[in-house]
Design a protein around this ligand. Structure first.
Ligand SMILES: Cc1cc2nc3c(=O)[nH]c(=O)nc-3n(C[C@H](O)[C@H](O)[C@H](O)COP(=O)(O)OP(=O)(O)OC[C@H]3O[C@@H](n4cnc5c(N)ncnc54)[C@H](O)[C@@H]3O)c2cc1C
Length: 378
């Protein structure tokens, strides 16, 4: 519910009186239109209760009778995301699982910036078996020692394969790893673990920990809507969701038939840096009613202001549709990638929300509390 304070609305003397209306989110926009049509000026607006608790207006003024709107679906009685059967920390750093590399290939095309590889590990022979679900991460402990002669600490990587693994045998895990490289004092520094992984050969043994993480789990509801905001290797969890939703072998096996709407926003600097692009294009062709794929290619596309096209520009472009989806309690938003993407997305959501007279700083925690706003940035 939202409380809207209005001045100058009504007729005669009444126009001067400040008035307050409490309306559900689904009727906010028509109410604001009616207020504007009748010469009112909104002086304040704030959330009055839970976003999900959408219902009939508590005290609508007769003159502001909003046009009939379809009632927003009620929130599910049970939590949106089930955490119960999610494995965590099967293998800890003191006693990691030793996996074997089966594949390591480049995910980027010619002319791409940097290196990003898809790396698969065989998990068979584990006792207990290392199992995981979509949206989790694993830890990798690189070979060798740090500057103090101590064994390297683990680094986390988002899992890029579904629980069935890329080969559907249920005993592999895949990662999508970008080699960290930066310049310092005129020297190129290579990240320890990302370089170790990008250079690793099939057959090599690797120390694996985990799985960990419950922030990025998919909702159980087959009719949920899923908005995905990814930059770079932040695509890893999104690939697991999209394979689970649209890959034929997955659909046959997983006992979960996605029927909602999935919308992927993917940010990359150049076309050859788009990861798993052909798969996503294919899903979009095969499931046009269920999957939409929107790319922001910063060094090739221009935003409305003539600047580089970043993912937040695409969010702004589609703000109306995104907010219409968010209004539905079945919609979940997932964000993953470098930490640097967060302020841009936040700014875009703030602007988009304000255009609808909403306060994103108030809305976001409500979505988070309802387990509908999922962020994993690093
Ligand atoms: C939950 C989670 C999921 C993740 N998922 C993925 C994933 O799917 N794919 C992926 O590739 N990575 C992922 N990461 C990041 C990953 O864990 C590592 O941090 C990354 O691979 C770098 O590790 P490294 O050992 O190569 O770098 P390190 O050798 O550990 O170097 C990193 C350090 O270098 C320094 N540094 C970094 N950049 C600069 C710079 N520009 N200038 C100066 N100093 C700098 C910083 O001190 C930084 O701490 C994830 C991280 C988290 C927390």
């Amino acid at each position: 519910m939202f409380t809207v304070v209005v001045e100058g609305f009504g007729i005669g003397q009444q126009r001067q009186v400040e008035r307050t209306f409490t309306v559900p989110f689904s009727q906010l926009q028509p109410t604001m239109q009616t207020i504007a049509q009748q010469g009112g000026r909104i002086t304040a607006m704030k959330a009055a209760g839970s976003l999900a608790a959408d219902s009939a207006p508590a005290n609508p003024n007769a003159a502001v009778e909003a046009p009939a709107q379809p009632a927003a679906p009620q929130p599910a009685a049970k939590p949106a995301v089930s955490h119960a059967a999610v494995p965590v920390n099967t293998y800890k750093p003191k006693d990691p699982f030793i996996g074997t590399v089966t594949e390591n290939y480049s995910l980027v095309g010619e002319g791409a910036i940097g290196r990003v590889n898809h790396i698969t590990f065989d998990l068979s022979g584990g006792d207990p078996q290392l199992q995981y679900v979509e949206g989790q991460s694993i830890g990798i402990i690189p070979e060798g020692t740090d500057a103090n002669g101590k064994p390297h600490k683990l680094r986390l990587y988002s899992i890029a394969s579904t629980r069935h693994g890329d080969n559907m045998a249920g005993k592999t895990v895949s990662l999508c790893v970008r080699q960290l490289q930066y310049e310092k004092d005129g020297e190129t520094i290579n990240g320890v673990c990302s370089t170790y992984l990008c250079d690793i050969e099939p057959g090599a043994k690797v120390k694996i920990t985990g799985p960990v993480g419950k922030e990025m789990l998919l909702p159980d509801d087959e009719e949920a809507n899923v908005i995905m905001l990814a930059t770079g290797t932040g695509i890893a969890p999104m690939r697991t969701y999209l394979r689970r939703m649209f890959e034929p072998a997955e659909r046959e096996t997983n006992g979960w038939t996605f029927r909602g709407k999935a919308w992927l926003f993917m940010g990359a600097p150049k076309t050859p840096n788009l990861l798993y692009d052909a798969d996503f294009e294919h899903y979009q062709r095969e499931f046009p009613d269920n999957f939409r794929y929107t790319k922001a290619i910063s060094r090739e596309q221009e935003n409305a202001r003539g600047g580089r096209m970043y993912i937040q520009d695409r969010v702004l472009e589609h703000a109306d549709e995104i907010f219409a989806m968010i209004e539905n309690p079945k919609t979940h938003v997932y964000m993953c990638g470098l930490k640097g993407m967060e302020p841009g997305i936040d700014e875009a959501m703030t602007t988009a929300a304000a255009a609808k007279g909403l306060n994103w700083a108030e809305l976001r925690p409500q979505l988070k509390k309802a387990e509908r706003w999922h962020v994993e940035t690093y």
